[in-house]
Design a protein around this ligand. Structure first.
Ligand code: HMG
Ligand code: MG
Length: 290
C-alpha cells in the first residue's frame, strides 16, 4: 500500500488538522454531533488536505469521540481531502472501514509507561496487535499512519532518548505502516531536541515523509516546527485554536495551532493553500462550547 498522489511525499508543506480528534478528545464538555459535523464541514472548505475526524476507541475511555461513526456518516466530504481516524485494534479498524475512513492511524509510544496507560499494552504487545490492523487496512486499500507518542518526553518517565523512538519507528515500518507520525505529546520540546530526534529518524525515513505532531505547553512548538522545516520536515499536524491534549498526558496543553503554523510558513514565503479566514469560520463553530 502506498499513499495516493495527494498524500504522497513532496517538497511542499502538508498540514493535517487533528482538531476534531485530538482537539476534542480531552474536553470536559461533550461537543454535540451537529457541532462536530459543522466544524469538520467548515474545515473541509479551508484548503486543508487532511482532517483527522475522530477515533474508534473504547467509548468508555474516550466518551468525547464515541459518536465518530455518526460524524463520518454526516460530514460532507470534499474531493481531494483525506478523512482519517485513529484505531487502536482490529475492532477499531472494522468500524473505520465501515465508516469509509480514507486512512487509519494506529498509535503506540516510545515510552512503556505511556503505552501502558494510554493503550493498556506494552510497546511490543501494541506492535503485535497492529499487525492484523495494518494487513486488514491494506487489504481494503487504506493507508496506515503510525503514531509514536512521547518522542521527546513522557509524563511518567521524563526525557526519552531518540534511540528509543527510532526503535519503535523501525518496528512500525517493519509491519508496513505507510507514514510515521512523531508525537511530542507533552509540548515541552526544545528545537535542539527536535533536531536530534529528526537526525535519528531521518536515517530510516526521508524527513519529508515523516509527520511532526507538536503539542505546545511551553510555547516552543513554533520554534520546533521552524527547526524541523529547516531540516526537511514538510508534514505537520495542527489543531484549530490550539485545542487538544491526551487524557493520559496530564498537564500537557493542546496541539500547536493550525492557524499559527499557517502564519509561520506563509511568513517564510511557503505556499500553503490553507485560508486563514476559513479556519476562523471553522473554529467559530466551537464558540458556543468553549
Ligand atoms: P483494553 O481494555 O485492553 O481492550 O483497551 P480489550 O481488548 O481488553 O477490550 C475491553 C473492552 O473494550 C471490550 O468490551 C471490547 O469490546 C472493548 P467488553 O467485551 O468488555 O464489553 N473495546 C472496544 N470498543 C470499541 N472500540 C474499540 C474497542 N476495543 C476494545 N476499538 C484500548 C485497549 C487501546 C482499546 C483502550 O485502552 C482504548 O480504547 N484506549 C483509547 C486511548 C486513546 O484514545 N487515547 C487518546 C488518543 S492517543 C493520543 O492522543 C496521542 C496522539 O495525539 C499523539 C501524541 O500527541 O503523542 C495520537
Ligand atoms: Mg496528540
Amino acid at each position: 500500500m502506498t499513499l495516493s498522489p495527494e498524500q504522497s511525499s513532496s517538497d511542499r508543506l502538508h498540514l493535517c488538522e487533528v482538531g476534531p480528534r485530538d482537539g476534542l478528545q480531552n474536553e470536559s464538555e461533550l461537543v454535540p454531533l451537529e457541532t462536530k459535523v459543522a466544524f469538520i464541514d467548515a474545515l473541509s472548505l479551508s484548503g486543508l488536505p487532511e482532517i483527522e475526524v475522530g477515533s474508534f476507541v473504547r467509548p468508555d475511555v474516550i466518551p468525547q469521540l464515541a459518536d465518530t461513526a455518526e460524524v463520518f456518516s454526516r460530514i460532507q466530504r470534499r474531493d481531494g481531502v483525506v478523512y482519517s481516524a485513529l484505531v487502536p485494534n482490529e475492532r477499531g479498524l472494522e468500524a473505520a472501514l465501515v465508516a469509509s475512513a480514507d486512512k487509519v492511524s494506529i498509535f503506540t509510544a516510545a515510552s512503556e509507561s505511556f503505552a501502558g496507560h494510554n493503550i493498556r499494552a506494552s510497546i511490543e504487545e501494541s506492535i503485535e496487535r497492529f499487525v492484523p490492523v495494518v494487513e486488514g487496512a491494506h487489504r481494503a486499500g487504506v493507508p496506515v499512519r503510525g503514531y509514536v507518542s512521547c518522542v521527546v518526553a513522557c509524563p511518567y518517565e521524563g526525557r526519552i532518548a531518540p534511540s528509543a523512538v527510532l526503535d519503535v519507528c523501525h518496528r512500525l515500518l517493519a509491519i508496513g505502516v505507510d507514514e510515521l507520525d512523531l508525537g511530542e505529546t507533552l509540548g515541552v520540546a526544545r528545537p535542539e531536541e527536535i533536531e536530534e530526534l529528526l537526525e535519528h529518524v531521518g536515517g530510516v525515513r526521508p524527513l519529508e515523509e515523516v509527520v511532526l505532531h507538536l503539542h505546545d505547553t511551553e510555547g516552543r512548538a513554533l520554534a520546533c516546527a521552524r527547526r524541523a522545516w529547516d531540516l526537511g520536515t514538510r508534514r505537520f499536524d495542527g489543531s484549530c485554536r490550539g485545542l487538544g491534549g491526551c487524557p493520559f498526558a496530564p498537564g500537557a496543553a493542546g496541539n500547536v495551532a493550525t492557524e499559527s503554523l499557517v502564519r509561520l510558513f506563509e511568513g517564510m514565503g511557503e505556499t500553503c493553500d490553507v485560508a486563514l479566514d476559513r479556519l476562523n469560520d471553522a473554529s467559530r463553530m466551537l464558540d458556543e462550547i468553549f
